[in-house]
Design a binder for this molecule. Structure first.
Ligand code: TMP
Length: 215
C-alpha cells in the first residue's frame, strides 16, 4: 500500500491554520482517505501544553509564578510531537491515509526560538530535538500581515501565552522566510489575507498539484 502524504499548515496565531486544515480535509474527504489533526494534540503532553498556553500550568518563580521557560516548552512540544507521530500520524500514513496537520515542528522552530531571543543556537537545538519527526511532504504557510492576525485574535477573544503583539510581529517576519530554516523541504506560501473561500482555493490548489505529481 502506498503511504499517505503528510501536509502541514503553518502561520502566526490568527493566520487561519485551524480553519483551513478543516476545510481542506472536508473538501478532499470524498476523493482520498484523509485525517485532520493538530498540535498541540489532545494527548497527555498536549493537554499539559494547553494548560501552559492558557496559564493554568505555571512554574513557581522567586516573586510570582510564570509560564514554563522556552527550553521546557520546546521539550514538551517535541515530546507531544513524538507521541503524535507514534500513536496517530505514522500509523495513518502507513494505512495510506493522508494526514493534514495544523502546526508541526516548524511552529517549534518559530515560536520557541523567538521566545528564546532569536539566537541561532536555539534554532539548531530545537531542530535537533525534532530530528526524528518525519518530514512534512508539503508545508503551506498562511501569510497574513501582523495587523490582520491581531484583529482576528481580538475578535476571537481569550488570551494565550504567545499573544504578545511584538512577538507575533516577529513571528510574521519569521514565517515570511520559513524556508530558510528548512532547506530541501517543500514549503509554499499562501496569501491568507483575504476571504476564506479564496484562501481555501489556493490551499486546495497546492495540495492538488502535489497529488497530481504523485499520480
Ligand atoms: P493553536 O492555538 O494554533 O492551536 O496553537 C497553540 C499555540 O502553541 C500557538 O500559539 C502556537 C504555539 N506552538 C508553539 O509555540 N510551538 C509548537 O511546537 C506548536 C505546535 C505550537
Amino acid at each position: 500500500m502506498r503511504e499517505g502524504l503528510l501536509i502541514v499548515l503553518e502561520g502566526v496565531d490568527g493566520a487561519g491554520t485551524t480553519t483551513h486544515t478543516t476545510r481542506l480535509s472536508d473538501t478532499l474527504r470524498s476523493r482520498i482517505a484523509v485525517r485532520a489533526t493538530r498540535e498541540p494534540t489532545a494527548g497527555p503532553v498536549g493537554a499539559l501544553l494547553r494548560h501552559a498556553l492558557t496559564g493554568r500550568l505555571v512554574t513557581p518563580g522567586e516573586l510570582t509564578a510564570r509560564a514554563p521557560g522556552w527550553t521546557t516548552m520546546a521539550l514538551m512540544f517535541a515530546a507531544d510531537r513524538m507521541d503524535h507521530l507514534e500513536v496517530e500520524i505514522l500509523p495513518m500514513l502507513r494505512e495510506g491515509v493522508s494526514v493534514f496537520c495544523d502546526r508541526y515542528y516548524h511552529s517549534s522552530v518559530a515560536y520557541q526560538s523567538l521566545t528564546a531571543g532569536g539566537g541561532h543556537d536555539a534554532i539548531a537545538w530545537i531542530r535537533e530535538l525534532n530530528r526524528h519527526a518525519r518530514p512534512a511532504d508539503l508545508t503551506l504557510v498562511l501569510d497574513v500581515p501582523a495587523k490582520v492576525a491581531a484583529e482576528r485574535r481580538r475578535r476571537r477573544g481569550g488570551r494565550e501565552l504567545f499573544d504578545d503583539e511584538q512577538l507575533q510581529a516577529q513571528l510574521c517576519d519569521f514565517y515570511a522566510q520559513l524556508e530558510r530554516h528548512f532547506p530541501g523541504e517543500r514549503i509554499v506560501h499562501v496569501n491568507a489575507d483575504g476571504p476564506v473561500d479564496a484562501v481555501a482555493a489556493q490551499v486546495l490548489g497546492q495540495v492538488e498539484r502535489l497529488l497530481a505529481e504523485r499520480g
